[in-house]
Design a protein around this ligand. Structure first.
Ligand code: ZN
Length: 411
């Protein structure tokens, strides 16, 4: 998507605010001799920003307005080192709520719905984002937070929740519990808003079939408001994103040059009206593409395809670049395996080895299945993994983001 004149003038204002505040990025821009932009070419010369830089601004170096105007902070998880702190003004919180309300509306959710929110509340942007959006919409929010499956299901039945907000792995866990307990008839769910991690077609189908609901993918990240900056519509043809708040470009993660619409690359986001902590050309490391053309739903908002992986998920094994999504694609052709899988990479006797764990039920010959999967991976991706077939239910189901790839070479 080419940047519009309006977006250029908005980016210009963001740059001026950053420089004026002498915030972390303001100083960086000043050092690079940048005080503003006036053309798309100027925009493409702006430096990128990165999560690793944001940590250097800890705790409040990103703050771009006087502290009296900050009403809230959120923080993104730091699995390694310092977390990133994002300050929000009242307008930022309001803008985020409006974007989220748009997400619910795009999914056909109305104020008559009862929205069951299982993502976590706290420093995270997750739960509270779903909550703000539900309140803006005027729907009834059930601020459940994660965990305690018994209570989740009880409230879901008693309160007749119609919309489930969850990560894909937690939605799957709930779907399996509902089936196990035989309480499908007492559950009134109609739609699921599923966010925060990449998930395969197979998992989607299982959640959809077991719960009998329509699913919508929601996108977002703490550094850029939080969840709610884009969502899929009923045509399930990519996620509409709000280009009046954000400018999104897709770049080649190696050359760092923008790629044409339709081509896969890394999502890079620039905020257009953010006050507390504007970000210019923020590298998300999420892989997707712009879906060209108009959506059959008629929405004027452009579309991103669903997230296909992370640039840093790329595994180099025996000289071959592999994305977990490629493995998932192979597994999709084996209806006898479940949607759960795990990849373990290790270095054994001087060689890189991939062990691929999959699940199936007792009706299948484990050894034969392992051999067929290994052969298919070899022919399609170019190396032979060690495939281990285990009993259905043995692989970990997480209430948080699943860790499907474990690289033991670096642990
Ligand atoms: Zn649409």
């Amino acid at each position: 998507m080419k940047i519009s004149d309006l977006q250029i003038s908005q980016v210009n204002k963001q740059i001026q605010a950053l420089v004026k505040a002498e915030s972390f990025y303001g100083r960086k821009l000043e050092e690079a001799g940048i005080s503003g932009i006036s053309t798309p070419e100027d925009f493409e010369k702006l430096p990128f920003s990165e999560k690793s830089d944001l940590r250097e601004a800890y705790p409040l170096g990103l703050m771009t307005v006087p502290e009296e105007e900050i009403v809230r902070i959120h923080s993104s998880s730091g699995t390694t080192g310092l977390p990133v702190i994002i300050p929000y003004t009242a307008k930022d919180v309001d803008d985020w709520g409006n974007m989220f309300r748009r997400c619910y509306e795009t999914a056909g959710i109305t104020k008559s719905d009862r929205i069951h929110i299982t993502p976590g509340y706290g420093l995270w942007t997750a739960g509270i984002g779903f909550q703000n959006g539900a309140e803006k919409l005027g729907a009834m929010a059930l601020p459940m937070g994660p965990g305690n499956t018994d209570k989740q299901l009880q409230m879901m039945m008693d309160m007749k929740s119609t919309v489930l907000c969850a990560t894909s792995s937690y939605a799957l866990l709930l779907a399996e519990e509902i089936e196990k307990r035989g309480i499908q008839d007492k559950v009134c769910l109609k739609k699921g808003v599923i966010g925060s991690e990449r998930w395969g077609e197979k998992m989607r189908k299982r959640i959809k079939d077991e719960l009998g609901i329509e699913l919508y993918d929601i996108y977002g990240l703490t550094e850029i408001y939080g969840p709610g900056i884009g969502i899929s519509c009923e045509h399930d043809a990519g996620m509409h994103y709000w280009d009046d708040y954000l400018y999104i470009e897709i770049i080649d993660p190696v050359t760092l040059r923008p790629v044409p619409d339709g081509e896969l690359g890394e999502i890079v986001i620039t905020t257009l009206v953010k006050e507390g902590a504007p970000l210019i050309r923020y590298r998300t490391h999420d892989l997707s593409r712009i879906v060209p053309g108009e959506c059959p739903c008629g929405s004027p908002f452009p579309r991103l395809d669903i997230i296909m992986g992370r640039t840093d998920d790329m595994i180099k094994i025996k000289g071959v670049n592999v994305f977990p999504s490629q493995i998932e694609e192979v597994l999709r052709d084996f209806p006898e395996v479940s949607s759960e899988y795990q990849i373990r990479i290790s270095h054994l006797e001087g060689r890189d080895t991939m062990r691929l764990y999959v699940e199936t039920d007792g009706t299948v010959d484990f050894l034969d299945l392992a051999k067929r999967i290994a052969t298919t991976v070899k022919s399609r991706i170019g190396f032979t993994p060690l495939v281990k077939v285990v009993e259905l239910g043995l692989l970990p189901r997480s209430e948080k983001k699943s860790r499907r790839v474990i690289d033991e070479r670096y642990e």
